[in-house]
Design a protein around this ligand. Structure first.
Ligand SMILES: Cc1cc2nc3c(=O)[nH]c(=O)nc-3n(C[C@H](O)[C@H](O)[C@H](O)COP(=O)(O)OP(=O)(O)OC[C@H]3O[C@@H](n4cnc5c(N)ncnc54)[C@H](O)[C@@H]3O)c2cc1C
Length: 416
């Protein structure tokens, strides 16, 4: 109840009126998508949390949610989705210079240029600051060599990668990193899909051999990339507010970039409630299943309410630990769900395809549920963050943060 009172503040109510009026005047289902997106970009409603001068309206997350509700009510499309919107654009808004903001943000949000995230390497995942992909400056461009892995959604259509790479080997590891807007469509970039147990291939290995990036594509300054990287990761963990329908929701104008993960998202959207599965498979009178279903429901509700509370506290200027605990909580719910649904359904839970129960959503949930336990920082890394930053426990011992990175022994490549 308290949450609703704060959410529906005067500002929220006024913004709701304004958005309704704007949609009333401008929303037309027959308008070409590209033209509509340009209007969104110009109005600032596409990403209302961005600054007023940079394609947004400077709204808080709570007020932006009001905008999102109105767009949903109107069934209106949003700006182009994917990592271009969720990760690259907010990072460049925060750390790019004006020229870079003008160059990269509009094409990303209009859907003209797509992005992927070139962070993880075979020897640098949780320890991301240990990247060994190297970028060496030659004249006015960097020459880049190395290997990235688990690159989600990268295809031959992808235009840019958010490349985290080493630009100085003679300083401690966090101080020699740069974040580069890396052109993907060039010789020396080889994308190799990784086949997953879900049947899809949403990830890739990306091999980079003597590829190039203009020096002006460094975001946030050479060797200043660690703070830029942590901004990208913060946006990844937080999820952000999405205004309007996006590419995963439906198709329109054929304006839908190729994304190998679409089938996975489509199936997961069909996931039924645990209580509905129980009724359908005659488990709703079984006291053991009833206990588990209620536990799943309560955990889900606690997670939802924690999210709400975190939002209200942040809005009131009292940021708490909710952001760090939420990712772990969501994964607890997913773990319980992946045991409970197949247990109620028996062998039917193994079926895939259009004729399968719930069109095959259950095996897809079981097989893909481990992803969120790993990306954007594994559960163990989240536990470390909670232990150190929230509970004030002693820091993990580290022997490699004060010495020049060149002297640190890693399994990654070395500079030539
Ligand atoms: C669905 C999905 C999408 C992804 N998309 C992308 C992407 O688009 N771009 C990208 O760059 N990367 C992506 N990743 C990669 C992801 O960021 C890494 O997998 C993650 O950071 C973990 O790194 P790692 O796989 O190298 O595991 P490691 O870091 O080698 O960890 C192995 C195990 O050791 C544990 N561990 C490691 N360090 C510690 C510690 N200090 N304390 C306790 N336990 C520890 C980990 O929790 C884990 O269980 C994606 C991963 C997944 C699952």
């Amino acid at each position: 109840m308290a949450t609703r009172v704060i959410e529906e503040s005067d500002v929220g109510a006024q913004v709701r009126e304004e958005v309704r009026a704007w949609l009333e005047e401008n929303h037309d289902e027959d308008r070409p998508l590209r033209e509509w997106r340009q209007m969104l970009l110009d109005s600032g409603y596409g990403i209302p949390t961005f600054p007023k001068d940079w394609y947004g309206r400077g709204y808080s997350g709570g007020v932006a949610r009001v905008v999102a509700e109105e767009f949903k009510r109107a069934g209106a499309w949003g700006l182009a989705g994917g990592m271009a919107r969720s990760l690259a654009s907010p990072t460049i808004v925060e750390h790019g210079d004006d020229e870079q903001r003008r160059r990269f943000i509009p094409p990303a949000l209009l859907g003209d240029e797509t992005w992927c995230q070139l962070f993880s390497e075979p020897g640098a995942g949780s320890d991301l600051a240990g990247v060994t992909t190297s970028a060496a400056l030659h004249g006015d461009e960097f020459i880049i060599n190395g290997q990235k892995v688990w690159t989600s959604g990268a295809t031959s259509d992808t235009d840019y990668g958010m490349l985290v790479c080493r630009t100085d080997w003679d300083v401690p590891k966090h101080q020699g990193i740069s974040w580069i807007a890396f052109p993907m469509k060039q010789p020396g970039v080889e994308i190799r899909p990784l086949k997953q147990m879900t049947g899809g291939a949403g990830f890739n290995e990306v091999f980079i051999t003597d590829a190039r990036a203009p020096a002006e594509n460094v975001i946030g300054g050479v060797n200043q990339g660690w703070r830029v990287t942590t901004t990208t990761l913060a946006h990844e963990r937080a999820g952000g507010v999405v205004v309007g329908l996006d590419e995963f929701t439906a198709r329109r104008d054929g304006h839908q970039p190729a994304d190998p993960r679409r089938e996975q998202y489509r199936l997961l959207a069909q996931m039924p409630k645990m209580s509905d599965i129980a009724k359908e498979y005659g488990r709703n009178t079984d006291p053991v299943y009833r206990q588990e279903i209620v536990k799943h429901y309560i955990l889900g509700e606690v997670t939802r309410l924690t999210m709400e509370r975190g939002r209200v506290e942040r809005k009131a200027g009292r940021p708490g630990p909710e952001g760090s605990t939420l990712k772990i909580q969501r994964n607890h719910v997913a773990r319980l769900q992946r045991l409970l649904a197949p247990s109620m359904m028996g062998p039917a839970a193994l079926l895939v395809g259009q004729d399968a129960p719930y069109k095959g959503a259950i095996p897809m949930q079981v097989l893909s549920s481990c992803g969120p336990m790993i990306f954007a920082g594994t559960d163990e890394i989240q536990h470390n963050i909670i232990a150190e930053r929230i509970l004030g426990l002693p820091k993990e011992p580290a022997i490699d943060i004060d010495v020049p990175f060149r002297e640190v022994r890693t399994s990654g490549r070395r500079p030539t």
